[in-house]
Design a protein around this ligand. Structure first.
Ligand SMILES: [Zn+2]
Length: 75
């Protein structure tokens, strides 16, 4: 089930959202999820997406829907 969401006015796939957070290519991305966080820059809604930037790494990415703010949380 595709879970495309509008981010900064553009429709993005989970993989595209992950690439925005990572600022580069990713291998796999999980479905986009809503969070109860608010963007520290603009107060907008923050989405999260889990992804693998490499075969050995899993990252949870956070991205504001309204502006360029993002955060990556490697585990
Ligand atoms: Zn924002």
């Amino acid at each position: 089930m595709p879970q495309n969401r509008v981010v900064e006015g553009r429709m993005v796939t989970p993989k595209k959202l992950a690439e925005l957070v990572e600022d580069g290519d990713v291998l796999e991305a999980e479905p986009i999820e809503d969070t109860d966080r608010q963007c520290p820059d603009c107060g907008g809604d923050v989405l999260s997406v889990g992804y693998m930037p490499s075969v050995t790494e899993f990252v949870t990415g956070y991205k504001c829907q309204d502006c360029g703010w993002s955060e990556r949380d490697a585990s």
